[in-house]
Each structure stands twice: as structure tokens, then as C-alpha cells.
Ligand binder design. Structure first.
Ligand code: CU
Length: 121
């Protein structure tokens, strides 16, 4: 008659499996949401009185910048060759995802003395 294998070894193996599965599950649950939270940083630039506020804004690559036009007339957010909102109507907004790093001076093409800078790192 054979004896059953000693219990403790089997129990230990099951315990190890539970720990590994628990760790993997933890990564699945926490990992992607933590990364997503990091990617959803959002910044707002208010356009009011024919000025960009803040005039210079620094963001991380992948962040979203929303320009909100609070003036009763249209403006644009234009960095030639990089981004161009075209006309943002009174009360409207325009968003840009900063996919390119660098320093981007921009203007409003309707009021060329309106200037701002977007810095993406
Ligand atoms: Cu303007």
C-alpha cells in the first residue's frame, strides 16, 4: 500500500499559486488604471479680453489642453505647422492633445498681438 504524499508540500504549492495569481490580478486591476490616470491630465487656457490665460503653459506629452473662449467674438489658437484650432466661436472651446514635445509659440490669427506659448515635455 502506498502512502499519500505528505500534505504540507501540496498545500504550500497551492499557497504559492494563490499568491502568484493574486499578484497578477493586482497588476491587472491597478496597473492600467494608474497609467490611464497619468495620461488624462487636462489643462485649461482661458481666452478672455483678447488674452490667453495663462500665457505660457507647461504640460507633459499626452496631456490635453483645452482653450475656452470667454470673449463675445471668435479667436484661434494657431502654432503654424503644429496645430491650428481655426475659429473658436464665442463661448466655444477647442482641445489639443500634446503628442509632440517642444516649445510652441502660438498666436490668434485674427488678433496677431495675442500670443501664447505651449511647452510640452
Ligand atoms: Cu483673437
Amino acid at each position: 500500500m502506498h502512502q499519500l504524499p505528505p500534505q504540507p508540500a501540496g498545500r504550500q504549492r497551492r499557497h504559492l499559486l494563490a499568491v502568484v495569481l493574486g499578484f497578477a490580478w493586482g497588476l491587472l486591476c491597478v496597473g492600467p488604471s494608474a497609467i490611464a490616470a497619468e495620461k488624462t491630465a487636462r489643462h485649461t487656457v482661458v481666452i478672455q479680453g483678447a488674452k490667453f490665460e495663462p500665457k505660457t503653459i507647461g504640460v507633459k506629452r499626452g496631456d490635453t489642453i483645452v482653450w475656452v473662449n470667454k470673449d463675445p467674438y471668435p479667436h484661434t489658437v494657431t502654432a503654424p505647422g503644429v496645430f491650428d484650432s481655426h475659429s473658436i466661436v464665442a463661448g466655444g472651446s477647442w482641445r489639443y492633445i500634446a503628442h509632440k514635445t517642444g516649445e510652441f509659440p502660438y498666436v490668434c490669427t485674427l488678433h496677431p498681438n495675442m500670443k501664447g506659448v505651449l511647452k510640452v515635455e
